[in-house]
Design a protein around this ligand. Structure first.
Ligand code: M6R
Length: 612
């Protein structure tokens, strides 16, 4: 949610920190700041709003003054404790101005710590939980910055990813994590600390991911890694295979549009090398499960949040229909707190684009504690969930920068389908059925291309309905989760109130809201359930609601039931969610554009939700 950057090396410090913050902008934030040490004094500059507002405050004179320094820290904040303001923006300093701290996460016992520090004479200026860290470090400092930070962290409860500098220890950044990611980029004669690899990829491809309770002393040419008890630890240097250009807009007006159009390639990357055409099954070695292991799985629980949760709902149909395994989908926060029942043979699948979502990660830990087989389906390589599950599947969708998740969803669904195919083949699915499904999966990128080719038609429909205040999306079977996902896309980027419902549920209450001003989008593709949804569309029309249908090309009958139609290529029930959701992503995008919304950074939202 918040973003951290720290840099130590020979580049211009202000430019480098601002560049790093800009690369984290997509995560969502409300204020930003930097701290740099010049002539043994910490200079901190903060601004409310965009990184450009902070950048504007760094005048040529300030930039020149800061340029004598070769290290500093920076932060983008997403407010939790205290409103977005300069006072509450990070970095936070102790009252003597010797220590500057940037922090992601939440210090849960900050109120009692603050009270004690105030009684000892410390003076606070902000309403944040983070400021206690700066005062605590000051309290613990006896000349060794790493020891002081470690001692301070031992007193705090909650989660943190932090970076700290001190006017007493030039040339050093201390960074640590518990529950909030920190990555250290190892360059040549320079080191970068960040909460997210997107701030690192343009400098180096060599990174170290900190584990929980790791603390590091970072210098220009050296990283000294320990655990919080001061015991040296070794962490592997990983290589990032992101093309730095993948995190640029590449000529598109928004990251979201770029990512929608990248889907044929992203899905092709997700499925490449993972299908066995001969045996009609999935080849998913990352799951690390033998056919014997697969035969013992008697229940699946999928835990996830937001869009990943909706992908999980499609997965539930796949595992039950194809593999005969009873499957439930749980909002990850609910899973972690309601003491789930896990018996031998229960498998938990955690789905997360970022691999860092706090509730999904906590669900993984709860499942592991209860002895379940736990696998992750994640996009960001090296993120915490795949590292903690130790088994799973990477999406290989490439970086997703737009806050509204698009390509991650379609790759998650394709991955769940390959997984269910593999599980099904180890249980009840015939080789012939498997071969047919493999062929279907290979066709998905082409299906998506066909929908993308209709973007202009979808934009026209979007223009017609852009002023609606409320919207309903209805679907059945495999397309029910797609209705919910379509509504989520619309509400998060266009701020139009939208609800996704099972088509049969509408008349159990929500139909009371329908009138000529409330459009209903019906997923009426030519797959089982279509006849029933036509009945539901009639019920909406009878209440004067304008009906927009998603329908299968050539299905002319549908024209009698809808005012507007978005045509989807003919495909199987199993693959239908993917081209259908792409159409809904485009509809949401064009409606948001018509309404002049900040599509890549919708208000109040963050790309990666690392707090509960
Ligand atoms: O990174 P994750 O997939 O775990 O994120 C889960 C949700 O926060 C995320 O899908 C969110 O709902 C998106 N804004 C949806 O577009």
């Amino acid at each position: 949610m918040c973003g951290i950057v720290g840099y130590i090396g020979n580049r211009n410090i202000a430019d480098t920190l601002i560049d790093g913050l800009k690369r984290l902008e997509y995560r969502g934030y409300d204020s930003a700041g930097i701290a740099v040490i010049v002539k043994k004094k910490i200079i901190s500059i903060k601004a409310v709003g965009k990184v450009s507002a902070l950048s504007a405050k760094i005048t040529p004179a300030i930039r020149k003054e800061l340029s004598s320094s070769k290290f500093g820290i920076a932060h983008t904040r997403w407010a939790t404790h205290g409103a977005p303001s300069e006072r509450n923006a990070h970095p936070h300093l102790d009252e003597k101005g010797r220590f500057a701290v940037v922090h992601n996460g939440i210090i849960e016992n900050y109120a009692s710590l603050k009270e004690r520090l105030i009684s000892q004479g410390h003076k606070f200026v902000s309403e944040t939980d983070t400021e206690v860290l700066a005062h605590l470090i000051d309290d613990c400092y006896e000349g060794d910055l790493l020891q002081a930070v470690a001692a301070a962290l031992k007193k705090v409860e909650g989660t943190f990813g932090i970076a700290v500098i001190s006017s007493e220890n030039p040339g050093q950044i201390i960074t640590a994590r518990r529950g909030s990611p920190i990555v250290i980029g190892i360059g040549t004669g320079e080191t970068i600390v960040a909460s997210d690899i997107s701030a690192i990829v343009s400098y180096t491809d060599k990174v170290i991911y900190l584990n929980d309770n790791d603390i590091a002393l970072v210098e220009k040419d050296n990283v000294d890694l320990r655990n919080i008890d001061n015991v040296p630890v070794t962490r592997e240097i990983a290589h990032i295979n992101w093309d730095p250009g993948a995190a640029e807009k590449g000529g598109y007006e928004h990251f979201m549009l770029k990512e929608i159009f990248e889907q044929p390639e992203a899905i092709a990357n997700s499925i490449r090398g993972r299908l066995d055409e001969e045996q009609g099954t999935g080849a998913l070695s990352g799951l690390n499960l033998t056919p014997q292991d697969l035969a013992t799985i008697n229940r699946i629980i999928i835990a996830a949040c937001g869009t990943s949760l909706h992908a999980g709902m499609v997965g539930e149909y796949y595992f039950e229909d194809l593999a005969d395994i009873p499957t439930e989908v749980e909002q990850a926060a609910e899973f972690r707190y309601r003491n789930p029942i896990i018996h031998p043979g229960t498998m938990i699948i955690a789905i997360s684009q970022s691999g860092e979502t706090a509730d999904t990660l906590a669900a993984v830990r709860e499942a592991k504690n209860k002895g379940a087989i736990v696998a992750g389906i994640c996009n960001v390589v090296g993120s915490t969930i795949p590292r903690e599950t130790g088994r799973g599947i990477y999406l290989h969708a490439g970086p997703e920068i737009g806050v509204a998740s698009t390509k991650a969803f379609t790759c998650q669904v394709a991955t769940l389908l390959m997984m269910a195919l593999k599980f099904g083949r180890a249980r009840r699915l015939s080789r012939q059925n498997g071969i047919e499904l493999v062929a279907d999966i290979h066709r998905i990128p082409e299906l998506v291309k066909k929908v993308l080719a209709k973007s202009k038609d979808i934009a026209k429909i979007a223009k017609k309905y852009a002023n609606a205040h409320d919207f309903f999306f209805i679907g059945r079977g495999y397309l029910y989760p797609v209705a919910i996902e379509g509504a989520l896309k619309l509400k998060e980027i266009s701020y139009v109130h939208a609800e996704g419902y099972h088509a049969a549920e509408l008349k159990h209450g929500p139909i009371a809201l329908l009138d000529e001003k409330v459009p209903v989008l019906a997923l009426a593709n030519n797959i089982p359930g279509k006849d029933k949804i036509i009945g539901n569309m009639q019920e909406c029309k009878a209440r004067k609601a304008p009906v927009i249908a998603l329908a299968t090309e050539g299905d002319n009958e549908i024209r009698r039931h809808a005012e507007d139609i978005i045509w989807i290529p003919e495909c199987s029930s199993e693959t239908a969610p993917i081209p259908s959701v792409v159409a809904l992503q485009l509809l949401a995008y064009y409606i948001a554009k018509e309404r002049g919304c900040p599509i890549d950074q919708p208000r109040n939202l963050a790309k990666s939700v690392t707090v509960e």
